[in-house]
Ligand binder design. Structure first.
Ligand code: PLP
Length: 440
């Protein structure tokens, strides 16, 4: 273990992590194996993976069926190009499956290797679409404050959490941030988007992008009417609406896709994470029939956009098996039912403990805010962050969770695997109760 920690410090630059902390303290847990909702580290300690790792291991750890699907595909055809006039069966079958489960007229898919690539691809496809339509000046993208869309250049710029731009002073031009509906409410957020459209010039706006629930922002669930209003606004100005379903897709919120809760169909939908439950990197963009028709009818030369691994056969085979498991095991319905159990427990804790503020879930995507005074929702002072202490106390008790603490917030996020059962939810809640009690 000591040797692994030393090698980790010496050679491994961790993603989205404090390099200083890694060097000073070393990795806290070096994870060795996973089974169901559990992870086990090299010290033999078992944890409930209450975040599905990075909101992605939807069907849980250690599923042999996915390993088998990968093995079979690798033995048959591990990789082959989908560029130009080549194609292969797993990508074709997966594109058909994703079209079938996607809402409305979202019927054609461009594949990537993850969420950031998916959003960067969506932005390029949107701009290409407007160029083909004869409106090349429509190239600006409106996104929301507190939104998270990834770390490639354009998806970093779309992200509405400034820390992500500031580390490299990176924003590519053409991305504008409007107010999020979470604290501002539907009306203010819609007004803010409208103001941005008008001030940038309505003829210059290509698309609006948002997550159905802002995940990394702190599991910020918008008011019920929000996306209906967004859809109307986009239609009024002829702007495309991109839903970033990277976290909310594949059952996470208790529907197959998050926007289904409000019956709104976007023009494009990006996905990743849960499509393969993290067993292999994968993602994509689903586009509507009208957009696909413009691409088909007006394109002349080559679509100069494609990753080596777009539609990777092995990843596509794993995705197909993963979706089959989600459907056959009723994991979307389980996500809704277990999410309700989680919320019940959160609400009880709000009665019993002194520092529990707003609690919320949508399916198995949830959050608990920690505040100094739950009556008034008064936050702790800016330099006192309580959520990381609770995360630490949970870690000691064998639960892995995540804190969100930027801009004065103090939030614990939850996204357990969709296979979690009622007994396991109770255990998670008991450990959470103990951890908050120990810290408050
Ligand atoms: N979009 C959302 C909503 C996400 O939560 C994430 C990652 O957390 C991304 C995009 C980026 O995905 P990736 O990390 O696979 O590039």
């Amino acid at each position: 273990m000591k040797q692994l920690i030393d090698l980790d410090k010496k050679h491994f630059i961790h993603p989205t992590s404090s390099i200083k902390q890694q060097q000073e303290q070393g990795a806290k847990s070096i994870i060795k194996e996973g089974d169901g909702i559990y992870l086990k580290d090299f010290n033999g300690k078992t944890f409930i993976d209450a975040m599905s790792s990075l909101w992605n291991v939807n069907i849980g750890h250690g599923r042999k069926e996915l390993a088998e699907a990968a093995k079979q595909q690798m033995e048959t055809l591990a990789f082959s190009s989908a560029f130009s006039t080549f194609s292969h069966e797993p990508a074709i079958q997966l594109a058909e499956k994703i079209a079938a489960i996607s809402p409305g007229n979202l019927n054609a898919v461009f594949f990537t290797s993850g969420g950031s690539e998916s959003n960067d691809s969506a932005f390029k496809l949107v701009r290409h679409f407007w160029k083909l339509k004869g409106e090349p000046q429509r190239n600006k993208i409106i996104a929301l404050k507190k939104g998270y869309h990834g770390v490639a250049s354009a998806s970093t710029s779309a992200t509405g959490i400034p820390e992500f731009w500031e580390m490299a002073d990176l924003t590519v031009p053409g991305f504008i941030h409007a107010e999020s509906p979470y604290e501002q409410g539907t009306e203010k957020s819609i007004r803010s988007i409208r103001e941005k459209i008008e001030s940038e010039g309505r003829e210059n706006i290509a698309a609006f992008i948002a997550e159905p629930v802002q995940g990394a922002g702190g599991v910020l669930i918008p008011p019920d009417d929000y996306f209906k209003e967004v859809r109307q606004l986009c239609d009024e100005y002829g702007i495309l609406f991109i839903a970033d379903e990277v976290i909310t897709g594949f059952g996470r919120t208790g529907k197959m896709f998050g926007l289904e809760h409000c019956g709104v169909v976007p023009d494009m939908m990006t996905f990743a994470k849960g499509v393969t439950s993290g067993y292999i990197p994968f993602g994509g963009v689903v586009v509507s029939d009208p957009i696909h028709n413009v691409l088909k009818e007006k394109s002349t030369g080559t679509l100069f956009h494609g990753f080596t691994y777009s539609g990777h056969p092995t990843a596509a085979a794993v995705a197909l098996k993963n979706i089959e498991i989600i459907e056959q095991e009723g994991l979307v319905a389980n996500s809704q039912a277990m999410g309700d159990e989680l919320l019940k427990g959160f609400k009880q804790m709000k009665q019993q403990l002194d520092i529990v503020g707003d609690v919320r879930t949508t399916g198995l995507l949830g959050a608990m805010e920690l505040v100094e005074d739950p009556e008034t929702n008064k936050r702790f002072s800016a330099d006192l962050k309580v959520a990381p202490e609770v995360i630490e106390a949970l870690h000691e008790r064998g639960v892995i969770c995540r804190a969100v603490t930027y801009e004065g917030t103090d939030i614990i996020c939850f996204a357990p695997p969709l296979i979690i059962n009622k007994t396991q939810i109770q255990t998670l809640l008991e450990k959470l109760h103990d951890a908050v009690l120990a810290v408050q």
